[in-house]
Design a protein around this ligand. Sequence first.
Ligand SMILES: [Zn+2]
Ligand SMILES: [Zn+2]
Ligand SMILES: [Zn+2]
Length: 122
Amino acid sequence: MKRFLTIIISTAAVLAFAAACWFNSQTTVVAQDEYTMHYSAYLCSNCGFGNKKDNCCKCGRWCGSTKIPARLCNDCGFGNRKDYCVKCGKWCGSTKIPAVLCNDCGFGNRKDNCCKCGKWAP
Ligand SMILES: [Zn+2]
Ligand SMILES: [Zn+2]
Ligand SMILES: [Zn+2]
């Protein structure tokens, strides 16, 4: 009888462990979905030509060594909207140059805002 109980308990433990793993994997997926609410912002080959790619896509100032990646919210980057230049609105095509923010425009949690509409895009 004691042996039988041990088997029951260990089976229950294994089941509980499996359930916990399954639950963990489920919540991780949901958390990831909620987390990726932003898209990377890009410049077209014209707006990012030469050293223009080092200029802040918001204020146009030269970023220097502090280049903060600019982002788009889930609205502004929805579907193929993320393939359009954040500066002139032209389609980037195959030449997508990452848009950057200067020290000022990307300061603190400002870097988490959409560079187009300003909405928070975590
Ligand atoms: Zn700036
Ligand atoms: Zn452009
Ligand atoms: Zn936006």
